[in-house]
Design a protein around this ligand. Sequence first.
Ligand code: NG1
Length: 465
Amino acid sequence: MSCVMPSHLVAQFKELTGLEPTHYIRVPGRVNLIGEHTDYNGLPVMPMAIERQVRLLVAPRTDQRVEVYNTVKRYEPRTFTISPQIAPYATGDWGNYVKAGVQGIVTEALESGKALNDIRGFSALIDSSLPAAAGLSSSSALVVASALAELTVNGWSFDREKLAEQMAAAEQYVGTMGGGMDQAVILLAQAGSALKIDFFPLRITHVNLPPAYRVVICNSMIRAPKTAEARLLYNRLPIECRIATAVLARALSDRGVDQSVVRISEIVSALSPDQVLEEAEKLFGDAHWTQQQVADYLGITSQEVAARYMRLIDGATLPTPPEGFPLLRRIRHVITEGQRVEKSVKALSAGDALRFGELMNASHASCRDDYGISCPALDELVGVARSAGAVGARLTGAGFGGCTVNLVHEDKVESFVETVIDRYYGGYLKKNHPELYSGLQTRGFDDVVIVGAPQQGAEIQPLNS
Ligand code: NG1
């Protein structure tokens, strides 16, 4: 066990809860190297776990309450009772991530025949060194940490792969229609290597990064939250992919594609990625499709399109985008991004860092132009990073803000960091977002430019008093 428990947290835990902590749980964040928005489409991703993490001290309770404290004051304490259907807090409340993890475990326990009365709750103190809303998976880390707390206080063993799949489904509790990348890397990462993850079913391959290169994460400081309206920006993407999948499956039904498929990966595996791309180009053209056009093509009504494909997790329907759906662009990004992950694995096994860097750059262009998830600050940061010596630079995570990930030769890391601080933070950010820059002047840059190495996945340490 490599995690060291900080003693000041123990004192704080005892003071807040009146209990003695029994376990220390450490859950890393992650940075995605390549493979963006491919996971929920069934295509691969390549993330690694990072040293920034969520740490949690926990003690079992004799009742069915869950009581959580956070070392960050603005996250006020939350208490709730375990039940078959735990009602969420208001959208955006941090406690919903705790509820999501606990609910996932409780649902599974009840389904496996355990009695509600036999399920214990816990008290926990949470501390995080992961920036929130930055695309580094602080939310999934909290969901997984809460689930591990619930499993641990009940003395339940678990299989990491199965738990990763359960947690991907469990996190949808917060209303995001995400995939399974974050929970998988958080639980299954091994120190020293990145992971190629395939989905449905989950499969893991360890990938070595080029030894002379470092992964540098730069926070654009533009927050990328997934709450309220911002969440719609994210959810619109899986919905557009579902619509594109349905239309393509219909078009390709005479080529052996089953019309009931729900993910782009299922079409790609029936034909080949290049064939699907060619067909998609012919079918969709570069125009946006209206909801009515989709309905006409599928031989259903526009209301049926909304009911079948545009439902959000809370039962509401995605508002119809007035400009329509850019179906070719969405499909093209997802398919080429899946190909880029496969090519990256090949490049890295051949030790070809420059080729991997090119693929990262191409991924950024595709995320920006076809998937629409970049923003001026991310584009600027990527441009600065390349001129500062990164062989590959791209946005990472859901997008719309948050961080970039950069591959930098170890000899250039120091000058890379200096140039980025000077040109992006001291130049672009100061000029265009002075309010975001002023905080940095006092805080420094340790939290915004992070040089990372692949870390171990989540760990649980018993505290023997
Ligand atoms: P982040 O960057 O943590 O918001 C989200 C999804 C992933 C994946 C990426 C884009 C969740 C919990 N995570 O990650 O599954 O789709 O966006 O590649 O929804």
